[in-house]
Design a protein around this ligand. Structure first.
Ligand SMILES: NC(=O)c1ccc[n+]([C@@H]2O[C@H](COP(=O)([O-])OP(=O)(O)OC[C@H]3O[C@@H](n4cnc5c(N)ncnc54)[C@H](OP(=O)(O)O)[C@@H]3O)[C@@H](O)[C@H]2O)c1
Length: 368
């Protein structure tokens, strides 16, 4: 049975990922700053995980963590919703520490043979002007400190890992059971408010974004793991797919970076209407103009000066400025096969049901 080290195993994506790996008969070592973290809402099989106490900012702990595993999935990071600082220490230096540990581990006979890095669309930036979707060939222009830190992580991997095949997946906003970012929209809508984000671009009808359902993301990570056979051998799968470990060594493929999505482009009004339907509400539309976003950003910056950085802080609000956060998953499909993503309506409904069952949304909803 193949053993996978997962960093960020206690996080929103990490919990779903570990559960999926276990269900697919992988054995999992979970890196956690607390060792065994105790019960986690989206990881009922927690007890089957080998919990490894380690911190991305403490290099020596990673040396041991990387030993005796077949592949590493690096999902641990500081995200904007958790605060406005720490991107350099946890993301950039954390990834450098992990790369150093991997360089050491691959010299051992039982060292890992593949690294999958969970990057972000934020590393690339919003959709370039005059293009329908951002693609891997577009030049990167991150707009936030977080985005720049994720791009720097990829550059570190490019620089440091010349012999270990590595792949960077760049998801847009991830939603699903346990997500506390898009939950803000569910909460507002459940209180009868439908935020309508007014675009900045003259003549543009609505803002739009790419989304990925967390189960699709974990499925796609697994698809990479399986197609690459954990990096150890050339898979016998469909020979038209480009995903062969040797193609990821020494930059044979133009880039090791892939955008992953469930839906490449959703108009924001369609998303909010879908959430409203899922929770059985008919909310009142309230326009959020660019002026309001700018004012909120100023307030967030003042709050930051007083030490309040969680939730919709200045880093997170920066994401509301671009009109289009849309990327294309075409290259992933070509390389690893069709991921058959979950329809939006179904993903949103399952998520809404989870919020209600878990007590995050308290009001009774007529459709649930
Ligand atoms: N959620 C999204 O919408 C989204 C979108 C695009 C990309 N991503 C990327 O997907 C990955 C997972 O995101 P998420 O939503 O699951 O984030 P999350 O819920 O905030 O979880 C972050 C995880 O990283 C761990 N971590 C942070 N700093 C660490 C350190 N110094 N040492 C060890 N572990 C550390 C946390 O551990 P503790 O439990 O100890 O805090 C936690 O397990 C991240 O790389 C993120 O950048 C997420």
């Amino acid at each position: 049975m193949k053993k996978i080290l997962v960093t960020g195993a206690t996080g929103f994506v990490g919990q779903h990922l570990c559960e999926k790996l276990l269900a697919s008969h992988y054995s999992v070592r979970g890196l956690s700053r607390r060792g065994d973290p105790g019960p986690l809402p989206n990881l009922p099989s927690r007890a089957k995980i080998e919990w490894f106490k380690g911190d991305l900012t403490e290099a020596p702990t990673l040396l041991l963590a990387c030993q005796g595993v077949d592949a590493v999935i690096h999902a641990g990071a500081m995200r904007p919703l958790r605060g406005t600082g720490g991107f350099e220490a946890h993301n950039v230096q954390g990834t450098k520490n992990l790369a150093d540990a991997l360089k050491h581990a691959i010299t051992q006979p039982s060292g890992p043979a593949l690294l999958i890095f969970i990057s972000s669309l934020a590393a690339g930036g919003p959709t370039p002007e005059r293009k329908p979707l951002r693609q891997e060939t577009d030049s990167d222009s991150p707009t936030s400190t977080y985005g720049r830190s994720k791009l720097e992580c990829e550059r570190i991997l490019e620089r440091e890992l010349s012999t270990l095949p590595w792949i960077s997946l760049r998801p847009p906003s991830v939603y699903g059971p346990g997500d506390d970012a898009m939950f803000s929209f569910y909460k507002l809508i459940s209180r009868g408010i439908m935020p309508v984000m007014v675009p900045r671009t003259p003549g543009l009808k609505s803002k739009s974004l790419s989304l990925i359902y967390v189960h699709d993301l974990t499925h796609q990570i697994l698809q990479v793991l399986k197609t690459m056979d954990g990096g150890r051998s050339t898979p016998s799968a469909d020979s038209t797919l480009l995903a062969k470990p040797e193609n990821f060594r020494n930059g044979t493929l133009a880039r090791n970076v892939f955008y992953v999505t469930s839906q490449d482009s959703i108009p924001v009004p369609e998303l909010t209407r879908t959430i409203a339907r899922a929770i059985g509400k008919r909310p009142h539309a309230i326009q959020i103009t660019p002026f309001i976003v700018d004012a909120l950003l100023q307030i967030a910056r003042i709050r930051k000066a007083f030490g309040f950085t969680r939730g919709w802080n200045s880093e997170k609000l920066l994401d509301l400025i671009p009109d289009r956060w849309c990327c294309s998953a075409a290259r992933f499909k070509e390389t690893f096969g069709d991921p058959h993503p979950t329809p939006l309506e179904q993903g949103i409904q399952t998520t809404a049901t989870w919020y209600v069952k878990s007590g995050w949304l308290k009001s009774p909803f007529n459709s649930l």
